[in-house]
Every structure is written in structure tokens, then in C-alpha cells.
Design a binder for this molecule. Sequence first.
Ligand SMILES: Nc1nc2c(ncn2[C@@H]2O[C@H](COP(=O)(O)OP(=O)(O)OP(=O)(O)O)[C@@H](O)[C@H]2O)c(=O)[nH]1
Length: 432
Amino acid sequence: MAFFSKLKERLFKSSSRLEAGLEAIVEDGGVAEAGDPETPEPAPTPAPEPAPEPEPEPTPAPEPEPQPLPVPTPPPAPDPTPPDIPTRPDEAPPRSPVELPVNEPPVEIPWTPEIPAPSAPFEIPDSLPPAAPPAPRSGLLGRLLGRGDRTAVVRRALDDAMLEQLEELLITADMGVDTALRVTANMAEGRMGKRLSTREIKEFLAQEIARIMVPVARPMPIYPKKPQVVLVVGVNGSGKTTTIGKLASQFKAAGKSVIIAAGDTFRAAAVEQLQIWGERAGVPVLTAPEGSDPASLAFDAMTRAEAEGADLLMIDTAGRLQNRADLMEELAKIVRVIRKKDPSAPHNTLLVLDATTGQNALSQVEIFQKLADITGLVMTKLDGTARGGVLVALADRFGLPIHAIGVGEQIDDLAPFDPEEFAAALTGLGAE
Ligand SMILES: Nc1nc2c(ncn2[C@@H]2O[C@H](COP(=O)(O)OP(=O)(O)OP(=O)(O)O)[C@@H](O)[C@H]2O)c(=O)[nH]1
């Protein structure tokens, strides 16, 4: 399944909350107007078959199974894939949340910036698909009035009361007060008094959200340095292990050699999990006895990565925020020892955040910025949460690069962060 479809499908909790709220806001004081210049007329419903004659048919033909609606397939792009770029048999190569430097030979990685973007596993349409118009819903107002007029569109004039309702709605989607105010104010600029439909509001909101997200949507940079050390931090359960496994698998698929160090030596279960992910990704996982010094493991891992000429060393860390001073000292010690081997390490310090924690993710960023020098974020568990708006608040408040998002527990459920796709999925655009 294309990643955008997956994202839309899995972000449904956030988008359906926003969508239902938007419809309610527009219908509250809105007026149904016939026809919508922007919404294509639905194809006329075929007239019902005449009722069959009463006499029994000897062998009635079986009713055709209801067919699923055809999924619109994007038009085939001119094949930009150079011949030596590996592709999976029947699927476009995945985009990666990592980025190679300009001076790295691009041939190994199918999705380096130098190569024209291969047909991505997901695509945001420039405009909503003209074909196969969505079955229009008769809005609540229409349904209440018993009209069910399929072409009527409810519009409401944008005024202060409506803006306030929009702000509240965005706050309930975990966008945070400041960001919600900014998004709605920008959206309202030049549009006060204009009569807007739910769909137009979704489009305007998506534009404003994308505007905030675009500057932070940056793949994790890959440097020519060997080994590139990636320190992964975050609270317990945020998805560090899973993210390391998914990233390691993507690096491996891109021809990079990877070593993982299981730096949370205090939790045997965490080490076991990492070993499972290492096996899945085909990447060695270095471990140390339970309770031993994580910095010592990091040093050994550095030594091995250097000896083997590994491209990447990914170091998992503990996430016990209960004792912040200990954790700070532990992370600082890991950094000190790996710098004995390479003063420029770690080259990336990724903070993994769990979207389901909502606004709490903001305080986690604040805390971890004090504990470590965070260079980028990965947001996990965007599936199954109505709190996806927190990512907008994070981008707005901290401006840290967002490298990737996780929308599931499988190895390929991690993708580069695409601001437009995210904004569309969050507001429910294209989901009508
Ligand atoms: N639905 C969903 N679940 C995820 C995602 N990422 C991680 N998980 C699940 O979240 C749980 C915790 O993930 P871990 O990777 O073990 O988190 P951790 O930060 O390493 O946790 P500790 O090992 O306790 O430090 C696991 O059950 C994962 O399968 C995601 O994007 N979506």
C-alpha cells in the first residue's frame, strides 16, 4: 500500500476528529447552497433496475459481489530510475528518512537527492483527483432537513466566533494553544467574511500546517564519516528500539553496513527486543551483561565498528526519566567515551517521541535537549492516535528537524516526513 494511503488511513483518528469538528462548525450557522464550483458533480446514479417479474426464475443468476471502489492509481511517471538502482519486483522503492551527502557516490541509494525522485511509494496530488468523485455526504444540516441534496454545499461566513471554534478544534487535536492560534490567524488573513465550505477550510488549514512543517522536514543526514555514530534517546516505550530496527533495515537495504549497540543495559527485555530487530534487519547487535556500564559497551561498539569499517553505529540508550540526573550522567559518559575515538561523534542524536503522549512530547523535547544535544526527531505511533497535531506544535515551537514518522510496528512502517502529505492526512483532505 502506498505510504500516503497508509498514512491517511492510519491517521484517521486525528483526521476524523478534525473532519467531524469542521463539519459541525461550518454547519453551525452555515447555509446550504446548491452546487459547489469546486466539487465535481457526482455521476448520476443509474436508474434502479425495473423490479423483476413476480414469476419465479428457474435459476436466478447470482448477485454480483459488491466490488471495492477502485483506488485511483497515479499516472505512471517517466521512469527516472537509473538501470542499476535496485527496485522491489512490483513496488516502487521506498523513500528513506536519511540523506546522503553530496560527495557520497549516489549510486547505492535509490533515493539520494541527486537522483530524480523515483516514483515514491506515496504521492500527494496537486489537486484533488478529478475522476471518481467521492460519494458526497449530505451534511448534517441536509440530513436534519431531510433533503439529502447531494449537490448542496454548506458554507459559513468566516467570523470571530467561527475562528474561535476552529482554534478550539485544533487544540483538541493536540496542536497546542499557540500553534492553533497562529494557524487559524494565518488561515483567516484576507478571508474574514468569506463564505467557506468544510473542504475549503480543510485546504486552507492544510496549507498553513504545511507552511509550519516544511522548514523542519529534513531527512537524517548521512556523512561520509565511518562509522557515523547515531545516538538514539527517548523515554521508555517511545519506540526507540523499533525505530533503530527500522532504520537499520533501511540503511542495510541501501548497502550500508550497520552495527547496533544495546545501550539500555539495565533492561534485559529491551536488549532482547533489539536483538530481535537486529535479526530482522540482518544487523549485528552488541550487548553487555545486565547492569553493566553502557559507556563501556559504547566504547567497545565504537572499536568494533572502526575495526570492521562499518558505515553506521546506532547506539540505543536508556530512557529512565525518573532519575534525570543519573540519565544525564549516563548519556554524557557515553558521549565522552565515544569522543575519545572520534571527537566529532555522535554525528546525530535522535530523539524518539511517541505521538500518543500528545502535549507531553513538548516537555520531553525540552528535557532531552538539556540531557543531550538533540539533532533531530522521529515521531512514532502516529497510527491509532487522535493526537497527531502535536507534531505541528513541535515543529512550531522547537524547529528541530523531523526526520521520520512511524505509523506501525512493521519494519517498513517508517517513512521520511513529508509535510504536505502529513498536513493533508491530518486535516482529512482527500479522505472525503
Ligand atoms: N502502533 C505503533 N506502535 C509502535 C510504533 N513504534 C513502536 N511501536 C510499539 O511501541 C512499543 C514500544 O516500542 P519500543 O521500540 O520497544 O520502545 P523503546 O523506546 O525502545 O522502549 P524501551 O525498550 O522500554 O526503552 C512496542 O510495542 C512497539 O511495537 C509505531 O510507529 N506505531
